[in-house]
Design a protein. Structure first.
Length: 583
């Protein structure tokens, strides 16, 4: 965390030979040669830790060039090449990384591998920086969510022994409304966090004191400017962008090499703390720093960090050690996996079936996920009905757009079946660059009746060549309720069962007035009632039958009789008696 620290090459060394051996060992592993402790931590020349070797590309620093731990790895490093992916269960205390801290580093590596594979970020580099900046969050002292407890705060960057960086966040991140302080396990200054902060644990907050958020932010920061961290020069530039010090680079490099050779997971809170004091001595100025703050850090408000903007380059003589750090611009073309649309899935939509004119019981529901597979909210999903059944969404629309909620789901409005039976589809489309589409098959079935019966009982009789005086009226029902809009077919038949069509006897007339004995365009009214068109009789006398069949299979057979009217004999009248005149 905070504090330039000097320590001897090896505690307990009692001879010059041992010291010389230590120097040789460190040189062989690319570790910097440490110096003896030279006074109170936090004072003295800020460049004593090493010459500023940052390139012009990286004229800012994530930490504001805050103090850091200069402890070096053990002289005997773990000798387990390749163990970074298959961690040993045990090892030296220094090689152990607290479980939550290690998990955060590895998660950040995986996330950046997805969104910026060309960077080739190794989690061991994050571990090295975390070790130097905060001693792995003070040995893994984090809560169940990975948040440092208490918060980790560096000394006030007040220009007295450190850089001068006036407040940029209103104290939102560092509880200091006068000067900025480096914050959290990865020691970001507030102005840098405002640009690079991440919500890696999807809790809705970008918290620099949370190791998951901080590790991902550090990974993305190190990958800025299209760096490839597998290239030594790019890796050096990345580390120097974090803290513009040559010794800082060498110290991080030594831990990076150490962790690459092997490490293992240990319980949170049991990590090895830096051996040198972590509290800088009090400064003579008004902003003293008694060590890591125990004051709870306020909840960050990344969208509105507050405070005034980052100060410009410092003026000569104001106590600053150089230009005020300016963080690189955050990338605009690489959204985080939590913000990136990944997939569109069916969220349990059941079969889509409905009777003509009725509402569908089922509604189309989809689930959007982000690049990490978690539900993704606020994704516009466009639903479209395609087909000729007349089916529409509520409100009479064929296309609607709905945004997913916090649970990642979007549900289309209710579907209202059209009057035409048949099949149609509903498509759901989301995403712009590479849209994802889901297609749902749906069916409209015709209105049905399970019973049909004549409403009257009067015999239907007509004379040859005449029409039937009484109309045929029937009523269709479904589950004992009126069945409106049900299609009915009327056919003249020969036999009592209505199995064979007839070409003689009663008939209907088509639009041209020609005889037809089958009608297929009949439909019951709103009450389920059907009144048939006029029926005519030809010259064939006899008993005939009319079969009526509904959609759904209900049927009824009705008798029709053609017979000539009975002739009635004229009444005989007695002859009139004629009166005979009397003689």
């Amino acid at each position: 965390m905070a504090a330039h620290i000097r320590r001897s090459l090896r505690k307990g060394a009692t001879t010059a030979a041992v010291a010389a051996a230590a120097v040789a060992a460190l040189a062989a592993s690319q570790a910097p040669a440490a110096t003896l402790a030279d006074g109170p931590v936090g004072g003295g020349d800020p460049k004593a830790a090493g010459e500023d070797t940052a390139s012009t590309e990286d004229d800012g620093a994530a930490t504001g060039n805050s103090p850091y731990y200069t402890d070096l790895p053990p002289l005997v490093t773990p000798d387990k090449p390749g163990s970074s992916s298959s961690l040993p269960a045990t090892g030296s205390a220094e090689a152990g990384i607290p479980a939550s801290i290690l998990a955060a580093y590895k998660q950040a590596e995986q996330t950046v591998r997805t969104t910026d594979p060309a960077c080739r970020l190794p989690w061991q580099l994050l571990a090295a920086i975390g070790k130097v900046e905060s001693g792995q969050a003070r040995g893994g002292r984090v809560d169940a969510n990975g948040t440092a407890s208490p918060p980790i705060l560096g000394p006030a960057l007040n220009g007295q022994g450190f850089a001068l960086i006036k407040d940029t966040d209103g104290g939102a991140y560092d509880s200091d409304a006068v000067h900025d302080r480096a914050v959290g396990p990865m020691q970001f200054i507030p102005s840098t966090w405002a640009a690079w902060g991440q919500d890696a644990n999807s809790d809705g907050r970008k918290d620099p004191n949370n190791i998951y958020d901080a590790a991902l932010a550090a990974g993305r920061y190190l990958c800025a400017n299209d760096r490839d961290l597998a290239i030594a020069a790019d890796l050096d530039k990345a580390v120097l962008s974090y803290n513009r010090s040559g010794e800082y680079l060498r110290t991080v490099r030594s831990w990076f090499s150490y962790y690459q050779r092997g490490t293992h997971e240990i319980p949170d809170g049991t990590g090895t703390l830096p051996s040198s004091p972590s509290s800088p001595s009090p400064n003579p100025g008004p902003s003293t720093n008694p060590g890591p703050s125990t004051t709870p850090s306020p909840k960050p408000s990344p969208d509105k960090p507050g405070g005034k903007p980052s100060p410009g380059p410092s003026k000569p003589g104001d106590g600053s050690t150089g230009p005020t750090p300016k963080p690189p611009k955050p990338p605009t073309s690489k959204p985080t996996p939590a913000e990136t649309f990944g997939s569109l899935e069916n969220a349990g939509t059941g079969p889509l079936r409905a009777t003509a004119g009725q509402a569908f019981d089922e509604r189309v529901t989809v689930l959007a996920r982000n690049a990490l597979g978690a539900p993704l909210g606020k994704v516009p999903v466009t639903f479209t009905v395609t087909g000729n059944t007349g089916t529409l969404f509520a409100g009479g629309k064929k296309t609607v757009t709905v945004r997913t909620g916090a649970d990642g789901t979007a549900t289309a409005p209710e579907l209202k079946a059209g009057e035409k039976a048949g099949e149609f589809t509903v498509t759901a489309v989301a995403g712009t660059g590479r849209p994802r589409t889901l297609t749902y098959a749906a069916t409209v079935t015709a209105r049905q009746a399970d019973a049909i019966a004549r409403t009257g009982e009067k015999a239907l009789v007509a004379a040859p060549g005449e029409k039937f005086a009484d109309a045929v009226t029937v009523k269709a029902t479904y589950k004992d309720a009126a069945a409106p809009g049900v299609a009915v077919t009327a056919t003249m038949v020969k036999d009592p069962l209505g199995l064979f069509d007839n070409d003689k006897g009663p008939y209907f007339k088509d639009a041209a007035g020609k005889p037809v004995r089958t009608l297929t365009t009949l439909t019951t009214d709103a009450e389920g009632v059907l009144r048939l068109p006029e029926i005519f009789a030809d010259d064939t006398e006899g008993t005939f039958r009319l079969r009526l069949t509904t959609e759904g299979g209900a049927s009824v057979v009705i008798e029709l009789t053609i017979q000539a009217p009975e002739e009635t004999a004229p009444e005989e009248t007695a002859p009139e008696e004629t009166a005979t005149p009397e003689a």
